[in-house]
Design a protein around this ligand. Structure first.
Ligand code: KIV
Ligand code: ZN
Length: 515
């Protein structure tokens, strides 16, 4: 089975995405991760573009082992010499020279005739070969070039010593049938085409970058140029993870392989997104947040019966973690009760039905239902949570000119635990004192106060939502005529829920280990 060479240009074409500029440290970090991912070639930059780019290519060349390290150069003396200096420290350097061959580029951008372009391309490849054995040539805008002229250029650069000839769809204009046929033409009409690797480089202006690359593979391309998360000029380049997984999952049709360690895909995607600041759309194939999340009841039911009913690949195969059944308003009872089981609740049919009704009502108001919401439902409807801590006493010193101070006493079993703390206000001081006792560190996400009776001695009810540093989000409620006491009770209530959730999770973990 033929092996497709994966040429990653995240650090060059990818970095050309508006706003994606990377510093040297970030480039090296990404390049090292690309090496772990198993790419064959890293195009690390365009050395003549700036000193920073030169330094980055040269650092990647000397620090990153494994893949071939490539730099880009226009077909000029200065570009090629600079590129050669930048890549020379790599054990496997490559110089990538490009020159446009389409009428539109030759006439308006380069203002040169075909004969001049042909001579310049030949000369540039020969010149680059003087520095490096591995030279790649790209006839820029190949997909809009005259085919006969393109074939003459390709023949000439192979004759001049290009080891790889890359056919770019520079402006993402081609469609798969056409692009596949272009590759076939180059392969069959260029007499010496077997002396070089045929490569493709597809942009995504019509959203066809990956499809065009696959059509090219089908017609004899052996190298694909692509980027992580599909970033790149304008609408980007063909996405590496999509090409690799298409080849992996549809080996039956595409009949080829790659050297990519697919379990590193998600991690690489996250790293590139973090360092470039370009977010990955949630529904992005392979690495999007929702790529392995199912919400519809019918799908969840199918997944629970047999994963392959609605999943064509395992999330673990791309390093994603595990399939997530998202509980929301489209979810059904099967997924709901399975999640409850995972949380350690074995409920009767009647109780499940009761809780499910509450869940559906909540799902109508909230986009996603988390484990902590389920715990609250079960606790309200079916089981009451144990009071790990109970508020015994509370002492507040507060005033206009002093820092508020709270002393809290909580009862745990037979023990009374007491701590003091100052804070930004009496409630904050109180919550900090409680954290000191429980050992949890929680962030207050939401706080609201309502009076549930009227008059001066009205009973106030405090509702809060907190998030523990190591734990999920929970809500808590507390009522009292004293609003600080109501606040403290709400907090203790939320903390008890956190402990309850923790013990449930531990129980279900023990259970799955036993299984
Ligand atoms: O899109 C393009 O044509 C390029 C070349 C430099 C290969 O990026
Ligand atoms: Zn490009």
């Amino acid at each position: 089975m033929k092996r497709i060479i994966i040429f990653d240009t995240t650090l060059r074409d990818g970095e050309q995405s508006p706003g994606a500029s990377l510093d040297i440290t970030s480039k090296i970090e990404i390049a090292k991760q690309l090496a772990r991912l198993g790419v064959d070639v890293i195009e690390a930059g365009f050395p003549i573009a700036s000193k920073g780019d030169f330094d980055a290519v040269s650092k990647v060349a000397s620090h990153v082992k494994g893949p071939r390290i490539c730099g880009l150069a226009r077909a000029t003396k200065a570009d090629i010499e600079t590129c050669a200096r930048a890549v020379k420290k790599s054990k496997k350097p490559r110089i990538h020279v490009f020159l446009a061959t389409s009428n539109i580029h030759m006439k308006y951008k380069l203002k040169k005739a075909e004969s001049e372009i042909l001579r310049q391309a030949e000369w540039a490849v020969k010149f680059a070969r003087g520095f490096c054995d591995d030279v790649e040539f790209s006839p820029e805008d190949a997909s809009r070039s005259d085919r006969d002229f393109l074939c003459r250029v390709v023949e000439a650069v192979i004759e001049a010593g290009a080891k790889t000839v890359n056919i770019p769809d520079t402006v993402g204009y081609a469609v798969p049938i056409e692009f596949g046929s272009l590759i076939k033409t180059v392969r069959t009409k260029v007499p010496n085409s077997d002396k070089a690797i045929l490569s493709v480089h597809c942009h995504n202006d019509l959203g066809l970058g990956v499809s065009n690359s696959l059509a090219a593979i089908e017609n004899g391309a052996l190298q694909v140029e692509c980027t992580i998360n599909g970033i790149g000029e304008r609408a980007g380049n063909a996405s590496l993870e999509e090409i690799v997984m298409a080849i992996n999952i549809r080996r039956d049709i595409l009949k080829c392989t790659t050297s990519i360690n697919t379990q590193e895909l998600y991690k690489t995607s996250r790293l590139v997104s973090k360092l470039t600041g370009i977010v990955v759309q949630p529904n992005k194939a392979i690495v999007g947040h929702n790529a392995f999340r199912h919400e519809a009841g019918i799908h969840q039911d199918g997944i629970l019966k047999k994963r392959t009913t609605y999943e064509i690949m395992k999330p673990q195969d791309v390093g994603f973690g595990e399939t997530r059944l998202v509980l929301g308003k489209h979810s059904g009872r099967h997924a709901f009760s399975e999640r409850l089981k995972k949380l350690g609740f074995e409920l009767s049919e009647k109780d499940i039905l009761k809780a499910f009704q509450r869940f559906k009502n909540l799902a109508d108001k909230k986009k996603e239902i988390f484990d902590e919401d389920l715990l609250a439902i079960v606790e309200d409807e079916i089981i009451s949570i144990p009071e790990t801590y109970r508020l015994e006493d509370l002492n507040i010193v507060s005033g206009k000119k002093i820092m508020p101070q709270a002393t809290v006493e909580l009862k745990k079993g037979k023990n009374i635990l007491k701590k003091s703390s100052s804070g930004d206000g009496p409630v904050d001081a109180c919550y900090k004192a409680i954290d000191k006792i429980t050992g949890l560190k929680c962030k207050l996400l939401d706080y609201s106060l309502n009076s549930i009776t009227s008059g001066k001695d009205a009973l106030g009810e405090v509702s809060i939502r907190i998030k523990a540093t190591k734990g999920g989000e929970v809500s808590g409620r507390g009522a009292s005529t004293d609003i600080i006491e109501a606040s403290a009770k709400a907090y203790v209530n939320a903390v008890n829920r956190l402990f309850f959730a923790k013990s449930r999770k531990a129980k279900s973990k023990r259970k799955s280990l036993e299984l």
